[in-house]
Write a protein of this length. Structure first.
Length: 134
């Protein structure tokens, strides 16, 4: 039987062509999604850099204000007590710095990380679709 006869099976080239187009469209969609992800990551990087710069400026001016206020407290104390006021302020600032450093380290070592929520959702989707129970 040839392909032109009425009872002939359809040519597999039509199925292969449709499959090729489907894969082509899937890859195009994937390329578009990756491009969008790159754009979003770039925007997020710029937003975080701006926030970090603002935070550093706030820390700089906050530190300057704290230093000047500490100097004012020490100068307002009587001469005999100035060394004690300076020592107490130094111990107070050291304790605050140590506590904040430990808190920052604890937050950085907390479980999770980048894309933790997205990965959890993808895992849940796989389980609901019956793709695996990892």
């Amino acid at each position: 039987m040839s392909q032109n006869e009425p009872g002939a099976k359809p040519a597999p080239a039509g199925l292969l062509e449709a499959l090729r187009r489907l894969v082509d469209h899937g890859l195009e969609l994937l390329q578009l999604r990756l491009s969008l992800l790159g754009t979003e990551l770039e925007a997020e990087k710029l937003r975080l850099f701006g926030a970090l710069l603002g935070a550093l400026m706030a820390l700089l001016f906050g530190g300057m204000a704290l230093g000047l206020l500490s100097l004012a407290v020490v100068l307002l104390c009587p001469d005999a007590w100035r060394w004690l006021a300076a020592l107490l302020l130094g111990v107070l600032y050291l304790g605050l710095a140590w506590g904040l450093w430990n808190r920052a380290q604890a937050r950085l070592s907390a479980p999770g990380g980048l894309f933790a929520a997205s990965l959890a959702e993808l895992k849940r989707d796989r389980q609901e679709l019956g793709g695996g129970a990892e």
